[in-house]
Design a protein around this ligand. Structure first.
Ligand code: NDP
Length: 248
């Protein structure tokens, strides 16, 4: 994907929702998609961070984004339906949905894993993704070329000790992606894929690997080609795939 050169206006006319848009990879993805002329809907739990991203997009002269402050741990079915209704009134369609927000939980053996943390990680990483997807499907169906991306990780493709709820939810997300892709392939223009960003310098990575030399990690900016590819017309017809943003 390093070779992919997206057109400057690749995403013109497209409306794309991204969760966890206030920080880390989600923040950079929101800025990058807007820079390629997408209208981005910034979803996250910390209003100040989202407002900062909003201001950066406005200052760059890119399409005006929208902010939706939503804590995915507490959001109800009604909250997701309200969000979908607002998007329908405002934009009429949705062309991209990037499930990016995630909780890491703790790195603990399964036998000792704190159950409250387990349920929280599942709520944000799996249940919120399902509820948001369900609420958005009618709007995605109104796009002539829609793309859903579930963010995953290598620990959701090959089990690894101590990754606990996070690892198991990544497997669940991969499964949800495959099932949804198969269900939508025949009768819709909605493609569904998963994306492992690989090791990237963010707050979550530091929490997972506190002793690591962060200077050796790539910045979120350097993995954006795959996000642009998946959100734009060049990935039309690609569905049910588990992709990686970095060659390793
Ligand atoms: P960060 O922790 O840096 O950012 C995560 C974002 O998600 C933050 O903006 C955070 O909000 C938001 N978020 C977390 N919980 C909630 C919630 N309950 N409701 C709403 N928003 C929430 O993570 P990364 O940027 O590193 O990770 C992005 C994605 O990439 C995740 O899915 C992660 O699992 C995946 N990934 C990351 C890797 C890496 O090396 N960084 C490697 C493999 C996968 P707030 O800003 O308020 O904290």
């Amino acid at each position: 994907m390093d070779q992919y050169t997206p057109a400057p206006d690749l995403l013109a006319g497209r409306t794309i929702l991204i969760t966890g848009a206030g920080d880390g990879i989600g923040r950079t993805a929101a800025l990058t998609l807007a820079n390629h002329q997408a209208t981005v809907i910034l979803v996250g739990r910390t209003a100040k961070k989202l407002e900062h991203v909003y201001d950066q997009i406005e200052q760059a002269g890119n399409p005006r984004p929208a902010i939706v402050t939503l804590d995915l741990l507490r959001a109800t079915v009604e909250d997701y339906e309200k969000l979908a209704k607002t998007m329908e009134d405002e934009f009429g369609h949705l062309d991209g949905l990037i499930h990016n927000a995630a909780e890491l939980g703790t790195l603990t053996p399964l036998a000792l894993y704190d159950l409250n943390t387990w349920f929280k990680v599942f709520t944000v990483n799996v249940h919120a993704a399902l509820l948001l997807t369900r609420a958005c499907l009618p709007l995605l169906g109104k796009s002539k070329d829609a793309s859903i991306v579930f963010t995953s990780a290598d620990v959701g493709r090959q089990g690894r000790a101590y990754w606990g709820a996070y690892g198991v939810t990544c497997f669940a997300v991969e499964g949800m992606m495959q099932i949804l892709a198969a269900e939508l392939e025949a009768n819709t223009a909605i493609r569904v894929n998963s994306l492992d960003p690989g090791p990237v310098k963010t707050a979550m990575r530091t929490r997972a690997y506190p002793g690591e030399d962060a200077g050796r990690l790539v910045e979120p900016e350097s993995i954006m080609a795959t996000y642009l590819y998946l959100m734009g017309p060049d990935s039309r017809g690609v569905t049910g795939q588990a992709l990686s943003a970095q060659c390793r």
